[in-house]
Design a protein around this ligand. Structure first.
Ligand code: OOG
Ligand code: NI
Length: 464
């Protein structure tokens, strides 16, 4: 290896660090753009501090998993892209920050003409440094039924370039040498941020905006603007019901019910609630160059509470119960609670029945027992003896039914029928230029790594 390469290696900033810095920069930008987001952050901080004061066991749990350190920086954003080329470049941009596409979400079946993935870190060590994620949707122009409008939208999108020339150079540099130094990383963050910025000036006339909007509000949001403005940034709370209750006092008006599972002692997956899009003044550009004022609503606020990641078996049960509640009619919250009475609500049952993923840790008593040569036998015995303890693995992804509910409530559209074309993961992956990763395999890997680490610490051949 040449001296020059070695010195570059020394000064390289890790993708995890770039992501952490980018996430902070994004939060600052969004706070300046949407002051209500700052208000929301404050409320979430208060509620989280209160929840931690009230529940020493929760503190212990979050301390063991390390989540307590990442809580304050935890947030996800969302963007909507207009073309395959934008999606493919976005994948390369996120890779600089150690974010990879995880999961495929079909929203067409819920009447939203997009399909999506979530860019995020995939290793528990990286997630610990920065759990920042971006729910990324690609508009499906083929779902616009009017052929002329479809072509018009396509040509408007073909003319825009959502990336700065410099960010492309820096992505290429990253791909060539495998990293960026701090000066390059700083510049990358500044340049990449440009893509997510809000632009007041539309790229279309008021009339075209109107036409696009009539097809679907979301189509106008993607096609009529210069770039994929970040449309919300969601902090993680430890008590979503408390945040929901505290919102009105701060002038925030949340949607009526949280998406996802009901409130439980042992939270699973993800509960989310959002508040309505802002009406923002925009400027349309008429064909003769004249500028005309108008209004658009795209950006909104959201909060979420994360719980245990479910195994395929747990997820199947979740899907069945959620579906049951949605079919039930009447009071949705009551139906949801009635349905979920069937879902075990203690961690021991969740683990024994194989419904959730866990991480395993060697306890001090385990180390002491090892030193005395008195370790319990198999995993169950080690757990029973307290030589190993376990904590649920937090869910890092999204839920398609919840996402559809969030889209719909914020687009202000009456629920519409599903599109005839539905899931098309192959087309999405072709446009992305890579397969999406299977989130369940990632959770299983993390669980296995924690078991392997326990085995190693205890000097055991294997634990399973
Ligand atoms: C994305 C909506 C999905 C979530 O948290 O489920 C989402 C969007 O509106 O672009 O962010
Ligand atoms: Ni969201």
């Amino acid at each position: 290896m040449s001296v020059q390469t070695a010195s570059h290696l020394d000064t390289r900033v890790s993708p995890d660090e770039i992501r952490a810095q980018f996430s902070r920069a994004m939060s600052a930008m969004y706070q300046a753009e949407v002051p209500l987001y700052g208000e929301l952050l404050e409320l979430v901080r208060e509620v989280n501090a209160h929840a931690l004061r009230q529940d020493p066991q929760l503190v212990e749990q979050l301390r063991t998993t390390g989540e307590i350190e990442r809580l304050d920086m935890e947030r996800h954003g969302a963007i909507r892209l207009g073309s395959a080329a934008e999606l493919a470049t976005m994948r390369r941009l996120f890779a600089v920050m150690g974010m990879y596409p995880v999961g495929y979400y079909d929203l067409a079946c819920a009447g939203v003409p997009v399909h999506s993935t979530a860019f995020r870190a995939i290793h528990e060590g990286s997630l610990q440094q920065s759990p920042f994620r971006v729910f990324t949707s690609l508009l499906r122009l083929e779902l616009i039924d009017n052929p002329e409008l479809r072509e018009l939208a396509r040509s408007v999108l073909a003319r825009r370039n959502i990336f700065t020339a410099r960010v492309i150079e820096l992505i290429e540099r990253f791909e060539q040498v495998g990293g960026l130094d701090q000066a390059e990383a700083d510049e990358f963050i500044e340049q990449a941020l440009e893509t997510f910025r809000w632009h007041r000036e539309a790229t279309v006339s008021a009339a075209l905006y109107q036409q696009l909007s009539e097809q679907h509000r979301l189509i106008a949001d993607v096609v009529a603007f210069k770039g994929p403005h970040i449309n919300h940034l969601t902090p993680r709370t430890l008590d979503i019901d408390a945040v929901q209750a505290g919102m009105p006092q701060r002038g925030i008006d949340p949607k009526a019910i949280a998406e996802g599972p009901p409130a439980r002692r042992c939270p699973i997956l993800l509960r989310q609630t959002s508040f309505k899009a802002l009406h923002e003044q925009v400027v349309f550009v008429e064909d003769d160059g004249e500028r005309r004022l108008g209004s658009h609503s795209a950006r909104f606020g959201e909060i979420e509470q994360r719980g245990a990641a479910l195994t395929p078996k747990g997820r199947a049960l979740y899907d069945r119960l959620l579906d049951g509640a949605r079919q039930a009619g009447g009071d949705y919250v009551a139906a949801l609670e009635a349905q979920f009475a069937e879902f075990p609500d203690d961690y021991d049952s969740l683990r024994r029945q194989g419904l959730a993923y866990f991480r395993y840790f060697v306890s001090p008593t385990g180390l002491a027992a090892k030193a005395r040569g008195e370790l319990a036998g198999d995993l169950e015995a080690l757990l029973a003896a307290g030589h190993i303890c376990c904590e649920p693995l937090v869910y890092e992804d999204f839920l398609p039914v919840s996402a559809a509910g969030i889209f719909q409530s914020n687009l202000g559209d009456a629920a519409r029928d599903s599109y005839a074309h539905s899931a098309n993961q192959d087309a999405f992956e072709r446009d992305l230029g890579a397969p999406v990763l299977d989130e369940l395999a990632l959770y299983a890997d993390t669980e296995q790594r924690s078991l392997a680490q326990c085995a190693e610490q205890l000097g055991l051949a294997e634990l399973r």
